[in-house]
Design a binder for this molecule. Structure first.
Ligand code: KIV
Ligand code: NA
Length: 267
C-alpha cells in the first residue's frame, strides 16, 4: 500500500462487536492496543495492563475480524527480559489471541527483541515517539522529537527498527515535519497518531473516533466523527424512565397465554 501511495487506515478495537463494526466498515488494520487499559478498563495509564488482559481482548477481536489484519500490543515489561520470555509472550498473543502481528514500543534498545520475534516468523510493528508504557520516564504527554538531537534519535530508532525487520512503525505525537521525513526515509509504512498527514497511514482509538467516553474536550490530534457517548447516555436515561413509569415493557415485548389458561392460574 505504501508503494502504491494508498493510505492505511488503522483503528483500535478491544471486543467482538466493535471489531465486527470496524471490519465491516472496511478498516485495513485493527490494533488491539494496550490503550484498552485506559479506554475500557479505567486505568490511568497502560502500565497495569497484563499479558492476560491482552490475550483476552485479542481473542474477542480476532473472532470478529474477517478481512482486517489484527495487530496486538505486547504490554508493559513483556519484552524487556530474556528473548525466550519475549518469544513466549508474543506466542500467547499469536496462538491464543490469534493475532497476526505484535506491536512493541521503543527504538534501538528493543532491536534484539524485534530481531528474535521476526526470526521466529512473527510480524512486528514498531512504535516510537510518545511511548505510553514509558510515560513516567518521559514525564507526560508531550510532543516528541522537537529538538534536533531528539529528532535525530527518532530517525535512528526508525531505521534501526526497519533494519531489525519491523514491517511498519507507529509514530505517536511527533511533529508533522519529522514524521514526513521518517516516512520518506523508510521503505516500510509509518502509521501516525498525532503525527500529521504525511504518514503512510493513520491510527486512532475506537472510542475517540466515536466520541464514546467521558472526555468532553478531545485531544488535538483526534477527530470525533460521532457523539456516541451522548446517544448511549440519553438512550439509557430513556430506558430508566420507561421502567420507572412502567411504559416499558409494552404488550409487544411480553408473552401471553390464552385467557382460559390464565384464569386457571387463580384456581
Ligand atoms: O494502544 C494503542 O491504542 C496504541 C495506538 C494509539 C498506536 O498503541
Ligand atoms: Na499501545
Amino acid at each position: 500500500m505504501k508503494s502504491e501511495g494508498t493510505p492505511i487506515s488503522v483503528i483500535t478495537a478491544y471486543d467482538f462487536p466493535s471489531a465486527l463494526l470496524a471490519d465491516q466498515a472496511g478498516v485495513d488494520v485493527i490494533l488491539v492496543g494496550d490503550s484498552l487499559g485506559n479506554v475500557v478498563l479505567g486505568y490511568e495509564s497502560t502500565i497495569p495492563v497484563t499479558l492476560d488482559d491482552m490475550v483476552y481482548h485479542t481473542k474477542a477481536v480476532t473472532r470478529a475480524a474477517r478481512s482486517s489484519f489484527v495487530v496486538a500490543d505486547l504490554p508493559f515489561m513483556t519484552y524487556h527480559g530474556s528473548l525466550d520470555a519475549t518469544l513466549a509472550h508474543a506466542a500467547r498473543l499469536m496462538q491464543e489471541g490469534l493475532a497476526k502481528a505484535v506491536k512493541l514500543e521503543g527504538g534501538a534498545e528493543i532491536v534484539p527483541a524485534v530481531r528474535a520475534l521476526v526470526q521466529a516468523g512473527i510480524p512486528v510493528m514498531g512504535h516510537i515517539g510518545l511511548t505510553p508504557q514509558s510515560i513516567h520516564q518521559i514525564g507526560g504527554f508531550k510532543v516528541q522529537g522537537k529538538t534536533s538531537s531528539q529528532a535525530q534519535k527518532l530517525i535512528e530508532d526508525a531505521l534501526a527498527l526497519q533494519e531489525a525487520g519491523a514491517f511498519s512503525i507507529v509514530l505517536e505525537l511527533v511533529t508533522d515535519q519529522l514524521a514526513a521525513l521518517v516516512t520518506e526515509k523508510l521503505a516500510i509504512p509509518t502509521i501516525g497518531i498525532g503525527a500529521g498527514a504525511a504518514c503512510d497511514g493513520q491510527v486512532l482509538v475506537f472510542h475517540d473516533v466515536l466520541g464514546y467516553g467521558e472526555e468532553s474536550h478531545p485531544k488535538r490530534f483526534v477527530k470525533p466523527y460521532a457523539n456516541i457517548g451522548e446517544i448511549i447516555r440519553s438512550s439509557i436515561r430513556q430506558y430508566v424512565e420507561e421502567v420507572k413509569d412502567r411504559s416499558f415493557p409494552g404488550p409487544e415485548h411480553s408473552f401471553h397465554m390464552d385467557d382460559e389458561a390464565a384464569a386457571s392460574l387463580y384456581g
